[in-house]
Design a protein around this ligand. Structure first.
Ligand code: FES
Ligand SMILES: [Fe+2]
Length: 392
């Protein structure tokens, strides 16, 4: 599991132990004191081709990313009456929240001749969208509401030319969309426990402080791996945040192909949990989730990181990173510390975890190692792979 430093202090609200779900609390209570943590030796391998091969990439696309709904953004990004474009899975898409609060997703293609309707990736607060080409206008509910020079069209039925809709749903504050229109969305791989946990840590009601996209030269699983193991934390992150985290296994629970890890911070002892009922539980423990199939959530003391790892090729992944805070900064001091936290976290993930992914991919692409090998501090990677492989 990777994690981030905690620069930000003056947030308005913290999460206490009692606000978590019973399932989260039960897991936290299993974390031993740092000195009592035991690592059980473990051995497993995975062939190089799962990170480099075209065959495996195509199979994952068919059996996972184009079969099940995938996460495309966070609920908190879209207030009622706003819309954002998203191309991250290679599908031009619009995601909107209508005035009544409903999330909708559409193919970002005009029903006249296919032009993208919104070209940038900013959030637009507007009730309608106008195609840049011939200025057809759509509501953010997808209805075609205006055709310029409509008298020039013979037999045009506007009601038949609304935007093509994709099935969409919010799940614990994450927006999921079914990319493949040929099959009905199957929501069975998503976990209601994970959605409850996300709600307890404030994800649906959060504020998006910042978001940034990274286009990485690495397979999505190579990007994911550091978020499923603690082995690298004191090493890769030695110069940044490594000294805040234990070199010990996490407490792990799986909910179908979803994984929840929780770990004590450096010097943790269980008695700390009951010292102060009003204390910020994320000062003591770190939650790290991988929500099926590619959504990573990591808690820090005063903010939560969400990353969507979107595969574009066997060795290319677009990551969208979101830093969520309980609310917007209300003072210049708060803004300053949020800004420093944001810079720091982007440095840790960008210059350390994502860099590790890219330099590993370079070796894997050269055929080395023939098989990756995992130890007792990396067992969660293998558990997650087993869950994914069962779907292929
Ligand atoms: S392509 Fe959109 S109005 Fe012509
Ligand atoms: Fe990391």
């Amino acid at each position: 599991m990777s994690d981030v430093a905690d620069v930000a202090r003056p947030a308005r609200k913290v999460t206490t132990l009692a606000e978590l779900t019973p399932s989260q609390i039960e897991a936290i209570r299993k974390i031993p004191a740092e000195k009592d943590a035991v690592v059980v030796p473990f051995g497993a391998t995975r062939p190089n081709a799962i990170f480099t091969g075209r065959e495996r990439f195509d199979l994952e696309q068919e059996k996972i990313f184009r079969r099940y709904p995938v996460p495309v953004t966070v609920s908190a990004l879209l207030e009622p009456g706003s819309v954002v474009a998203n191309d991250s899975y290679g599908v031009p898409m619009l995601v909107s929240r209508t005035r009544d609060g409903t999330i909708k997703a559409f193919i970002n293609a005009c029903q006249h001749k296919g032009s993208k309707i919104i070209e940038d990736c900013a959030v637009h607060k507007q009730g309608r969208m106008t195609c840049p080409y011939h200025a057809w206008t759509y509501g953010i509910d997808g209805k075609l509401i205006g055709v310029s020079r409509s008298e020039a069209f013979e037999g045009l039925d506007k009601s038949q030319r609304g935007l093509v809709e994709l099935e969409a749903r919010e799940w614990g504050g994450i927006v999921y969309v079914q990319l493949n229109r040929d099959i009905a969305a199957d929501w069975s791989q998503l976990s209601s426990q994970v959605a409850e946990d996300f709600t307890a840590i404030g994800i649906p009601a959060a504020h998006v402080y910042g978001r940034k996209a990274f286009d990485l030269k690495a397979n999505w699983k190579v990007v994911l791996e550091p978020f499923l193991e603690g082995y690298h934390v004191q090493r890769l992150h030695a110069a940044s945040i490594g000294d805040k985290f234990q070199d010990a296994p996490n407490i792990v629970d799986m909910f179908g192909p979803n994984i929840r890890q929780v770990s004590g911070r450096i010097g943790y002892v269980p008695e700390m949990l009951d010292e102060d009922a009003g204390a910020n539980v994320h000062k003591l423990v770190t939650h790290a989730y991988t929500a099926f199939p590619n959504c990573v959530v990591i808690t820090s003391q005063y903010y939560t990181s969400i990353m969507l790892l979107m595969p574009r090729d066997a060795d290319r992944t677009v990551v969208e990173y979101f830093m969520l805070t309980p609310g917007p900064a209300t003072t210049p001091k708060a803004e300053e510390v949020f800004a420093r936290s944001y810079e720091l976290i982007l440095g840790v993930f960008g210059n350390e975890d994502f860099r590790a992914a890219e330099i590993s991919q370079a070796g894997l692409n050269a055929g080395v190692p023939e098989a990756t090998i995992y130890c007792g501090l990396e067992t969660n990677i293998v558990r997650y792979y087993e869950a994914i492989e069962a779907l292929l």
